[in-house]
Design a protein around this ligand. Structure first.
Ligand code: NAD
Length: 404
């Protein structure tokens, strides 16, 4: 980004920095900051967030880790050919893509990597610290957008890479966002460290399509007192995510979040399963079908079917930008622990959050208000508290440090 050096700049350190979501994030941020495209899909660009003190898109600086070496401009070309990025935009922001590409460091563990877990954490944390230092950043948010890992192998297994990165983020003093279903900060070792660190974190697994729809429809059935008998879903997608989710263990991690939203909003777990099929020909374009069998008055049987056809990275990128800005601002305001007010963005939110989208949106808007208050500064807020005998909303918003 071409921000003036006099303004405090904020780093966004992407784990999986050469993937489709990451490439769309870097391209989209530059394109919107330059006024080439409107910020469609970015909730933080709506009026409710105007005075919340969020970092400007032009003040975000990108870097990250990846285990492959395909340059970002090259991946952006592939996404353009696939219709994920509009024609011309990757060329228009080539300088920003090249700048971000220079800040991508080798991730791990790679096959045959002989480094211990402790060595990997140290190496990752050093890379992040070096990035913050060289760019004189005010702070950096670490965001996991790497390939989905298989579900945990149990407490005695080695730490999954996502948890090594989460621990590295804490070591480097950075807030952390897990946009994937991987374990990350959910691992008990990381959860303990997070509690000690006093840093804010959010996750997990961005809610962009089928689950977004479920978090709206689930409450509708519950509120109308209709009995859902079965809820079945199928997803067809390609791209790197489709390939990773062809592994049943990785798909299990993803589907757990999709099903949790039904149990939480309906109050019971309906019959039916969710499947993910890898269809490489579809690339980043996903089709998600839901088939919902429900009972109406006097047991009359009915069915609702939905078809969602979305472009995965175009759905995810604005949310990643929102999350990076909100989490950076939460860190600046002194918030710590799980940011449950960001549940709006996730399939499997940390902390104690409602599962229905409408309540989650209300919580997010209240959070925007608290961030606005936080910007008045702790001293000013305390003086106000003393005058009104009230608690400071930013302090109330602080997480309890509860385990996720
Ligand atoms: N709508 C969405 O796109 C959406 C929604 C929710 C969650 N997600 C999650 O976001 C993630 C990224 O999706 P994508 O489509 O960009 O996938 P992708 O396959 O295009 O990108 C993933 C990147 O992670 C890298 N990677 C793998 N292991 C790594 C490691 N150990 N260290 C560093 N980098 C590593 C890969 O090399 C790749 O470049 C996936 O986990 C996906 O499930 C996406």
């Amino acid at each position: 980004m071409s921000a003036s050096l006099s303004r405090p700049r904020v780093g966004v350190w992407l784990i999986g920095a050469r993937g489709s979501v990451a490439t769309t994030v870097v391209t989209g941020c530059a394109a919107v900051a330059a006024g080439l495209h409107p910020p469609t899909g970015m909730v933080t660009e709506t009026p409710a967030f105007t005075d919340s003190g969020l970092p400007a898109l032009s003040d975000l600086v990108f870097g990250g880790h990846d285990t492959v070496d395909c340059p970002l401009p090259k991946h952006a070309e592939t996404l353009t050919a696939g219709g994920v990025l509009p024609p011309g935009v990757a060329t228009a922001v080539a300088a920003e893509l090249t700048a971000a590409d220079r800040e991508i460091r080798p991730g791990g563990p790679t096959p045959g990597d002989t480094r211990s877990e402790a060595e990997l954490i140290t190496a990752f944390a050093d890379d992040i610290r070096d990035f913050v230092h060289r760019h004189e950043l005010e702070r950096a948010v670490v965001v996991n957008v790497a390939s989905t890992e298989p579900a945990s192998q149990g407490p005695d297994a080695s730490l999954p890479p996502s948890t090594l990165y989460a621990l590295a983020a804490l070591r480097a003093g950075c807030p952390y966002v897990n946009f994937t279903p991987s374990e990350g900060m959910h691992h008990p070792v990381a959860a303990r460290e997070a509690e000690r660190s006093g840093l804010p974190y959010a996750g997990r697994d961005g809610k962009t399509g089928q689950t977004l729809l479920r978090s709206v429809l689930g409450p509708m059935f519950a509120q109308r007192a209709l009995t859902v008998r079965a809820w079945s879903g199928t997803n067809l997608l390609g791209g790197g995510d489709g390939a990773a989710l062809a592994d049943p263990a990785a798909a299990a991690a993803k589907n757990a979040g999709k099903e949790r939203v039904l149990t939480d909003t309906l109050g019971t777990t309906p019959e039916g399963e969710t499947h993910i099929d890898d269809v490489p020909a579809l690339g980043d374009w996903k089709t998600a079908w839901d088939h919902i069998a429900f009972d109406g008055f006097l047991g009359t049987r009915m069915v609702l079917q939905t078809t969602w056809q979305g472009c995965d990275s175009a759905l995810a990128a604005p949310l990643v930008l929102d999350l990076a800005r909100l989490t950076a601002r939460a860190h600046e305001a002194g918030l710590s622990g799980p940011l449950d007010a960001l549940a709006f963005y996730f399939k499997d939110p940390v902390g104690d959050a409602p599962s229905g989208l409408a309540e989650q949106y209300e919580a997010l808007i209240r959070f925007a208000g608290r961030l606005r208050e936080g910007e008045a500064g702790e001293g000013a807020a305390e003086r106000e508290d003393a005058a009104h005998g009230a608690a400071h909303p930013a302090r109330e918003a602080r997480g309890t440090g509860d385990r996720p």
